[in-house]
Design a protein around this ligand. Structure first.
Ligand SMILES: Nc1ncnc2c1ncn2[C@@H]1O[C@H](COP(=O)(O)OP(=O)(O)OP(=O)(O)O)[C@@H](O)[C@H]1O
Length: 583
């Protein structure tokens, strides 16, 4: 009986076996208890366990490489991919800025991918500008001998940023690395009104010549290009303004109707002069129209893009800064404009003070940094640099060095750019160079015993071979000096720092710093007039005992360019530094 009772009970009663045999290895009985007998809520625990298991499986699926299970996962994955792309770009020198915008919030930005080639990349990414691009690529290939497959690093990164028009840009790239085309190509492609500001008249003329070339040969007839760097440019603009807007009672012939986009290339001082003229002209007109926005103002309105070429010079030169303020205010439409123009800064050097100022004109800018090494200014690598000590004081040592360099189998390979500090020294040093050339010529003739009557003309011939350029000369004389040097008629150009920035001399072989540049930044720009666009060049800096502190700054730049072996050891030794400090 007992046995029967046991059998009956065991048949009816479920086996709970909390530590029983069947529970080993996580096995569970398949049988479920009826609810009235489930005193320990076994079924509830079971359900809970199953739910947990399902959640675990779903999360594992989300983590795997299969399709994302939720919207959140998709978003997460997109961000991750963007981050990866950003990291790859980081390896290509671009630093993606996460900087404070004007609103005080942290603006997270992602730069567009760099171009690998002008074509097909630009066609694929900006098909709307395809027609303009056809013409641009043709001019690049035929007239500039630039292959569609080879943008320079600064071009490959800056062009998409400028075309997308989403961010301001601070671009720092070596001298001769193609920054001009990096901002001109997007402006020519996009056909939007823009202002290009440069510090010197010569540079404005050079940029204007490039744009005009594209406009004439690239069928960019819809673009109205204006240069505002001479007094006569302002007079021309004034005539154009009168034709466009019309004088009182006269019907205007509006050239803007056919050329909606304006590209103005200006120097700050002349642009401010043009703005003053404009205000005078408008004041003479009826009040109602004087208040209306003026599409023919010297600064384009509306202005979509402002380029500051040689930005550090524009932002830190005490004479230019007030002008820059006035111009930028006009470009921003005096607060009346609906959209703010994008402001892009380009330079080979952006020292910390200029960098800080650049952030006051750019909003949360992206940054391209190709020339600086650890934040320090660096000269272009393709130039062989040399420092030459020429005695304790005075010019005598430099004169002897110049004669020796000319006599010594052309250590100074022409064309040569000779930099001096002041306008007055330009003429004196030019005379020295002429005398040294003549001396060399006579020595050659003496050796060959060929001196004849024609030798009398040699002095005059050498006079013409040396041109002079500084800001104190008349516009015509400046233009002619530059033209003679570019054409090869003059093979020495003695100049001040007015020629140190931006000027693109294709074939300068040697830069001679007859006077030591005052700082590393000026040194980088002077030296950068040679060794451009992948060519090689040579830079020789003469210094006397009085110029040791500035020579030391040049030595620092040379060391950063990996040319420490051309720096006199004593110049950078600790003892010499201490001695100079004591003095
Ligand atoms: N992609 C390119 N391939 C080959 N040459 C190029 C390319 N882009 C520009 N160049 C040439 O490089 C030269 C220097 O260009 P550019 O004057 O723009 O230099 P930069 O970077 O502005 O120098 P700087 O800092 O001295 O003003 C020009 O003669 C230009 O035609």
């Amino acid at each position: 009986m007992v046995a029967n009772w046991d059998e009956t009970l065991s048949a009816k009663r479920p086996r709970m076996h909390p530590a029983g045999e069947g529970n080993r290895g996580g096995e569970r009985p398949a049988m479920r208890l009826p609810a009235e007998l489930d005193f320990f809520n076994v079924a509830g625990a079971e359900r809970e366990r199953e739910e947990k298991e399902q959640t675990r499986r779903r999360r594992a699926a989300e983590r795997s490489c299969g399709p994302p299970a939720t919207e959140f996962a998709a978003e997460h994955r997109r961000r991750w991919a963007a981050d990866q792309a950003a990291r790859v770009r980081g390896e290509r020198h671009i630093q993606i800025a996460r900087q404070r915008g004007t609103s005080g919030t942290l603006t997270e930005t992602l730069a567009p991918d760099p171009l690998l080639a002008f074509a097909p990349d630009l066609y694929e990414r900006f098909p709307q500008h395809g027609e303009a691009l056809d013409a641009i690529l043709q001019v690049l290939a035929e007239d500039f001998f630039i292959d569609a497959a080879s943008p320079t690093p600064v071009q490959s990164q800056a062009i998409p940023i400028l075309l997308e028009q989403q961010y301001d840009l601070l671009a720092c790239a070596p001298t001769g690395s193609g920054k001009t085309l990096a901002y001109l190509i997007p402006l020519l492609m996009a056909h939007q009104s823009a202002l290009v500001l440069v510090p010197t008249r010569e540079l404005a003329e050079q940029v204007h010549a490039v744009v005009e070339h594209f406009r004439r040969h690239g069928q960019q007839s819809r673009l109205h290009v204006q240069r505002v760097c001479h007094k006569r440019d302002v007079e021309r603009w004034e005539r154009w303004w009168k034709r466009s807007i019309g004088t009182e009672g006269v019907e205007a012939v509006n050239p803007l109707a056919t050329a909606p986009a304006r590209l103005v290339i200006a120097t700050p001082l002349t642009a401010v002069h043009a703005l003053e003229q404009w205000q005078r002209l408008r004041a003479a007109r009826p009040t109602a129209t004087a208040e209306a926005p003026d599409p023919a103002s010297p600064i384009p309105h509306p202005c979509h893009t402002v380029i500051l070429d040689e930005a550090d010079k524009l932002l830190t030169d005490a004479g230019l800064v007030p002008c820059l303020d006035t111009i930028l205010e006009a470009a921003l439409g005096g607060g009346h404009s609906a959209t703010r123009p994008r402001v892009h800064c380009f330079s080979a050097t952006l020292p910390p003070d200029a960098d800080e100022l650049a952030r006051t004109v750019c909003v949360a800018p992206l940054r391209i940094n190709i020339s600086a090494k650890g934040g320090m200014t660096r000269a272009v690598d393709s130039v062989q640099q040399q420092l030459l000590f020429c005695g304790p004081s005075g010019d005598r040592g430099k004169q002897v060095a110049l004669q020796q360099m000319l006599a010594d189998g052309y250590q100074l390979v022409p064309p040569v750019l000779v930099f001096v500090t002041t306008q007055t020294r330009c003429d004196a040093v030019a005379a020295e160079v002429r005398a040294a050339l003549l001396e060399r010529h006579r020595a050659v003739q003496r050796r060959a015993e060929t001196a004849d009557a024609a030798d009398a003309d040699a002095g005059r011939a050498f006079y013409r071979r040396v041109a002079v350029l500084h800001a104190g000369l008349e516009a015509g004389a400046r233009h002619s000096a530059l033209a003679r040097f570019r054409s090869g008629a003059a093979f020495f150009l003695v100049c001040t720092d007015v020629a140190a920035r931006g000027l693109d001399f294709k074939c300068v072989n040697t830069v001679l710093n007859y006077d030591t540049p005052p700082d590393g930044v000026t040194y980088v720009h002077r030296v950068g007039r040679t060794g451009r666009a992948g060519r090689t060049g040579r830079a020789i800096t003469l210094f006397s005992g009085e110029e040791v502190p500035s020579a030391r700054k040049c030595a620092n730049v040379m060391r950063l360019s990996g040319q420490a072996n051309h720096v006199p050891e004593w110049l950078v030794s600790k003892r010499a530094r201490t001695a100079t400090k004591r003095e």
